[in-house]
Design a protein around this ligand. Structure first.
Ligand SMILES: [Zn+2]
Length: 90
């Protein structure tokens, strides 16, 4: 008895993952350290240094960022984060 299995040809093997070209770079945001006062991160915004664009002023008014001025902090420790709930820079 001859077993003639109809095996699928190689080109039917499945997707080769050719459409993996995802041009949308995933934005990896730095994890926000929790606020030293309330211990939460939900009201924490990054402090932006440098000459702020007009857009950043709007974002600050919306509570999305904190403008730190045009000069970077002298310390590497920052502050880089701002808790809008406690008005705490850290
Ligand atoms: Zn806080």
């Amino acid at each position: 008895m001859k077993t003639t299995e109809n095996e699928p040809p190689e080109w039917l093997g499945g997707p080769t993952g050719d459409d993996d070209s995802n041009s949308d770079a995933h934005r990896d945001e730095a994890p926000r350290p929790p606020c030293p006062r309330c211990g939460k991160t939900d009201k924490v915004v990054p402090i932006i240094y440098g000459m702020p664009a007009e857009e950043l002023f709007r974002e600050q008014e919306a509570g999305l960022v904190r403008l730190g001025g045009c000069c970077l902090p002298e310390s590497r420790e920052g502050p880089w984060w701002y808790c809008t709930r406690d008005r705490q820079e850290y």
